[in-house]
Design a protein around this ligand. Structure first.
Ligand SMILES: [Zn+2]
Length: 248
């Protein structure tokens, strides 16, 4: 479907389908309200996760994409846990970037408890660079040669480990929507209220205590900047601003 994708403002990428919802969906809801268009890209289907069959895990991200009002959600199925930093995978990401021409790319944390996160961060941010090189030729799914495109900014959402953030996005007013989007992954979270998955093993993220932690984390991430709720980000380039009053 790459040739049908239209230009968007923000491409949010996650190596596992729920990374975006857990770590930067409040930011996406805020920018949707500002009239921005968003697209979603997953690198794997998260098939190594403890709970849920692969069929269920294929469907849930689309429920979440609907809640997030995303223009599209693409899954590159690189293989959870074993995806490689190689030319083929970089080109797959470039094809999506060139199809949707995002101004901003959000992707996984530079370093984290889950080894896939840092690995994916490098893969995506390098693909953003290579996507701007005219001599790397790619085609969309119907054989059209794609034009080069380099996003202006890549921001890494902070996930499990509390890395030192470079900036905080105020997500006050969007916390309920964030939890609703996370809740689309019914097989993964809130096991106390999903009796249909009672036979599955529980995991450190499947209970209500994990959702309480997500809320507490957003509160503590917001607090450093004076917001009720926040999401933290790192960037690999020094950002420039033209108006000091844009900073809170
Ligand atoms: Zn993940």
């Amino acid at each position: 479907v790459l040739h049908q994708i239209k230009k968007i403002d923000i491409l949010a990428v996650g190596v596992h389908p729920d990374d975006v919802e857990l770590s930067c969906s409040g930011t996406l809801f805020r920018h949707l309200q500002l009239g921005k268009r968003i697209g979603l890209l997953d690198l794997t289907e998260g098939e190594l996760g403890t709970r849920g069959t692969s069929e269920i895990r294929k469907k849930e991200p689309f429920d979440a994409a609907f809640i997030l009002n995303a223009q599209f959600r693409v899954n590159l199925d690189m293989g959870d846990g074993f995806f490689e930093y190689n030319q083929f995978n970089i080109e797959q990401i470039i094809r999506v970037i060139r199809a949707c021409e995002p101004t901003i790319v959000l992707c996984n944390a530079l370093e984290d408890r889950h080894p896939d996160h840092g690995k994916a961060a490098r893969l995506v941010s390098d693909a953003c660079f290579y996507s701007g090189l005219v001599k790397i030729q790619t085609k969309d799914d119907v054989g059209n040669i794609q034009s080069r495109w380099r996003p202006d900014q890549i921001f890494h959402y902070i996930q499990d480990r509390n890395l030192t953030p470079d900036f905080v996005v105020d997500i006050t007013g969007f916390m309920d929507q964030k939890l609703y989007a996370i809740g689309a992954y019914k097989s993964q979270f809130n096991h106390e209220s999903t009796p249909e998955y009672a036979s599955e093993l529980t995991s450190p993220i499947s209970g209500k205590d994990f959702m309480d932690y997500i809320v507490a984390k957003a509160r503590s991430y917001g607090r450093v900047a004076g917001f009720e709720f926040g999401e933290w980000f790192n960037n690999s380039r020094t950002p420039g601003i033209k108006n000091l009053f844009d900073l809170y």
